[in-house]
Structures are given as structure tokens and as C-alpha cells.
Ligand binder design. Sequence first.
Ligand code: HEC
Ligand code: HEC
Ligand code: HEC
Length: 126
Amino acid sequence: MKIRILIGLLLGLYSFLFLAEFSFAEYGDIILNSKAESMRKAGVNDVMFPHWFHRIRFKCKVCHEDIFILKAGANDINMSLIMNGEKCGKCHNGIIAWEPLYCERCHSWEPGWSPGVVQYSKKIAK
Ligand code: HEC
Ligand code: HEC
Ligand code: HEC
């Protein structure tokens, strides 16, 4: 009897966690393009930040709000900050994750991309 209650509780917990994950599902990948003009000039595409990829690896509080303010477009990110170990560079420093040398890994947005991609930053309309 006690085992059944335990199993019931575990299943309940599991479905709760499952649904909790689902309720965040609309926050998919995030396009960062407030600096679109300078990115165009430098010949790189907009940044497609794979939010989900990071969320399954880190607790929310690792990034929010010590590294990134939890508000669309509120984070003023640029390459010198990243190269100096701030923002994405807190991890993309060759120790926790690869160094910011591989431009196209982050600047990977392609024109016409949309499914599952939420465009948070609309400072510069295309
Ligand atoms: C690796 C760092 C990282 C982790 C971990 C992370 N996020 Fe984020 N999150 C970001 C970045 C970067 C943005 C984009 C902010 C911007 O647009 O300036 C963002 C944006 C968001 C937004 C959008 C805010 C808005 O105004 O629409 C929400 C909501 C969010 N995150 C929730 C979460 C939750 C919930 C978790 C944990 C399950 C999480 N994040 C984990 C980096 C992270
Ligand atoms: C809390 C640490 C952390 C922060 C902050 C962070 N990343 Fe990452 N990121 C990682 C790790 C770890 C990986 C996996 C590295 C590996 O596989 O070697 C990764 C992988 C990636 C990938 C590759 C995803 C794939 O499908 O392979 C991209 C793109 C990326 N990060 C972009 C960003 C951008 C853009 C930012 C800033 C907005 C950022 N990251 C901030 C830890 C972080
Ligand atoms: C770890 C992810 C990542 C990598 C790798 C990366 N960038 Fe960026 N880059 C960003 C993010 C995030 C922004 C801010 C985008 C925004 O908010 O509009 C940015 C912004 C920029 C900008 C505009 C702002 C500025 O600082 O001038 C340029 C130009 C740029 N990147 C060029 C490059 C080049 C060239 C490389 C390769 C040497 C590179 N980036 C590699 C994430 C990355």
C-alpha cells in the first residue's frame, strides 16, 4: 500500500515537472539583433541564442539575473564584453564552453527562419 502511494506521488511529481517545463515552451530560441547594423557591417548574421539548449544545462538562476536581465532586449551585449569574459563570455571563454572565435556558431540566424524562434529584440526592424 505504502509503495503505491509513493509511486503515485512520484508520478504526480513527474507530471508536474513535465507540465512546468511545458509552460515555458513558448520561450524558444531568441534572436538578438539590436546591433543588426554593426553585425551587417562586420559581415556576420544576427545572433540566434539557443535558449532551450542552455536551459537544459543550467539552472535559470545561473544566468537570470546575474548575467542576463530577464527582460527582452534589456541586455546590451557586444563583442568586447564577450571577449572580456562578460555576458556570453562568462562561459564562452574556452573553459566552461568554447571561445568566442567561431563567429557563425552564435551569428547563425538565417533569413526566413521563424518556426520556434521568438524575436524578442525588435529595435531594428528588418
Ligand atoms: C545561459 C544563460 C541562460 C539560462 C541558463 C537561462 N536563460 Fe533565459 N535568457 C537568456 C538570454 C541571453 C535571454 C535574452 C535576453 C534579451 O533579450 O536581452 C533570455 C531571456 C529569457 C526570457 C525572455 C524575457 C522576455 O522579456 O520575454 C525568459 C522568460 C527567460 N529567459 C526565462 C528563463 C528560464 C525560465 C530559465 C530556466 C529554465 C532560463 N531563462 C535560463 C539566458 C539564459
Ligand atoms: C552559463 C554558461 C553559458 C552562458 C552564459 C552562455 N553559454 Fe552558450 N553554451 C554553454 C555551454 C556549456 C555550451 C555547450 C558547449 C559545448 O558543447 O562544448 C554552449 C553552447 C552554445 C551554442 C551551441 C549550441 C549547439 O547547438 O551546439 C551556442 C550557439 C551558444 N552557446 C551561444 C551562446 C550565446 C549567444 C550566449 C550569450 C547570449 C551564450 N551562449 C551564453 C554555456 C553558456
Ligand atoms: C558566444 C556567442 C558569440 C560568438 C562566438 C560571437 N559573437 Fe558576435 N555577438 C554575440 C552577441 C550575443 C552579440 C549582441 C547582438 C545584439 O544584441 O544585437 C554580438 C554582437 C556582435 C557585433 C555587433 C556589436 C559589436 O560588438 O560590434 C559584431 C560586429 C559581432 N558580434 C561580430 C562577431 C565576430 C566577427 C565574431 C567571431 C570572431 C563573433 N561576433 C563571435 C555573440 C557572439
